[in-house]
Design a protein around this ligand. Structure first.
Ligand SMILES: NC(=O)c1ccc[n+]([C@@H]2O[C@H](COP(=O)([O-])OP(=O)(O)OC[C@H]3O[C@@H](n4cnc5c(N)ncnc54)[C@H](O)[C@@H]3O)[C@@H](O)[C@H]2O)c1
Length: 445
């Protein structure tokens, strides 16, 4: 089967989810584009959007329609060529409408898993639960005569475990999109010792067609992105707990969040990022990764405590942040959760005292939004972090320690053979986490 044939009958499992809906959109557009090629005229392309949730599926077509409309508006010249034989399509809006219809015609929202039994390619993006993933993939495979290929979006489960438990010998790989898949450029690609070479080549071709940046990761729980993020998050939590001796934990959370965002010039502070991903998701991924780690304990009692209190963070369907460690108003943190009183304390009540203790940002500070645009980032960050180091303040010292730890995590991912090299670690953090500089650097020595 060539590339186009492989994409003629596809299923997305978990299609109504955050990741599944994005994967569905990208795949629907790619399939529609293939169907418009002269050599594919007359062939039927089918994309099953499979999910348990009727409610989720109900909103899917509306979401796709709006997104495909935007995509179509950006490629009217190409679409005009593809529809050259259609004399009835005159204005741009005729062409755009036709394309939106053609994409939507491919997509079949359904709760019936059986529809995947005829697919040659299956994307899996159901809830992060190994047993669930194994059960579903096994079920589809055992009923599917096509020896289908399975692309799982798991964030933490080693692919070889899914492969062995679902009996998929060589026909599953990790195609780890970042959230949201339609926007994020990064994909981590994880193969096992058995992965078929043609499947890996297909994955690379598909990623290229979607204009993704592919970073290969070895098959180790958490891969590169979560391998860095989970350890970085645990470090932040531990720093806050240390800082909390003699002061309330909520103040310490505020301070570590501020240092990790402002002093370290990151898009958000570490507690905001934990909230964004979800306290539950972070706790869960650590739990999956932990048994595979020989020399460290990736576990936080504080996360467990937050979960018991029902403080989970995460995102609304609009992408807005739900309250977690921090409480948000119009996207900005306004209060911090106090585990003692189980209430949010307004940042305005204690920020001035904490800010004074951290000290000022150094001269030459550029916020992340400006710094991330600098082409030669070394020329900015090397002197910037030298200034941070010479501050001699609590904030400056915390930032340097934090940066050193992040660098250590990056190098360890290479030493542990999770990442092939330091550049791959940096690419994942620059592309998938929007850092303005790679964690492996020489700024914090
Ligand atoms: N959210 C992220 O930032 C992110 C990033 C990368 C990878 N991932 C991974 O992607 C996967 C999905 O995550 P998500 O954030 O989109 O979760 P989500 O909860 O938004 O979506 C999961 C979807 O799976 C559906 N589902 C659950 N059980 C099912 C079943 N038995 N059959 C069919 N559908 C079922 C749910 O109804 C839901 O729509 C997970 O493996 C996660 O680790 C998530």
């Amino acid at each position: 089967m060539n590339y186009d044939e492989k994409l003629q009958h596809v299923s997305v499992l978990g299609a109504a989810g955050k990741m599944g809906s994005g994967i569905l959109l990208l795949t629907a557009v790619e399939m529609a584009d293939l169907s418009l090629k002269p050599e594919n005229k007359g062939k039927t392309f089918v994309l099953n959007a499979i999910d348990l949730s009727d409610d989720g599926l109900a909103g899917l077509i509306g979401y796709l329609r709006a997104q495909v409309q935007k995509i179509a508006e950006k490629k009217t010249v190409w679409l005009r060529q593809m529809y050259a034989d259609r004399a009835d399509l005159i204005e741009n809006y005729d062409i755009i409408d036709q394309y939106v219809n053609d994409v939507l015609q491919i997509v079949r929202p359904t709760t019936a898993m059986e529809t995947a039994y005829r697919s040659s390619l299956v994307f899996e993006a159901v809830t992060e639960n190994k047993d669930l993933k194994v059960k579903i993939l096994k079920q589809v495979d055992q009923n599917n005569p096509n020896k289908a290929w399975f692309f799982t979006n798991t964030s933490s489960v080693p692919i070889n475990i899914i492969e062995a438990e679902a009996g998929l010998n060589g026909r599953v790989l990790g195609f780890h999109f970042y959230n949201p898949p339609a926007v994020q450029k990064l994909v981590e690609l994880i193969v096992t010792a058995n992965t078929q070479a043609e499947m890996k080549q297909f994955a690379l071709d598909y990623a290229k067609a979607l204009r993704k940046v592919v970073v290969p990761s070895n098959d180790f729980a958490g891969f590169i992105g979560n391998g860095h993020f989970m350890r970085d998050a645990l470090y932040g939590i531990q720093q806050a707990q240390k800082l909390a001796s003699g002061r309330p934990l909520y103040e310490a959370v505020y301070m570590v969040n501020k240092v990790s965002q402002e002093f370290l010039v990151r898009p958000m502070g570490i507690f905001q990022l934990i909230d964004y991903v979800g306290v539950d998701v972070v706790q869960f991924i650590m739990k999956v990764m932990n048994p595979f780690l020989k020399d460290e304990d990736l576990h936080s009692d504080l996360l467990d405590e937050m979960m018991v209190m029902g403080v989970k963070g995460g995102q609304m369907s609009s992408g807005a942040q739900k309250d977690g460690f921090l409480k948000y108003e119009r996207g900005a943190p306004v209060a911090v959760f106090d585990v003692k009183s189980k209430a949010y304390i307004a940042i305005s009540e204690f920020a001035a005292k904490c800010d004074a203790e951290l000290g000022a940002l150094p001269e030459g500070y550029l916020p992340w939004k400006a710094a991330v645009r600098i082409k030669d980032s070394d020329s900015h960050f090397k002197p910037y972090f030298a200034s941070v180091k010479s501050l001699g303040t609590t904030g400056g010292d915390m930032a340097i320690q934090y940066g050193r730890n992040s660098d250590r995590i990056g190098r360890k991912l290479v030493a542990d053979k999770v990442a092939h090299n330091e550049q791959d670690v940096n690419t994942v953090m620059l592309t998938g986490f929007f850092h303005a500089y790679g964690p492996v650097n020489n700024y914090f020595e």
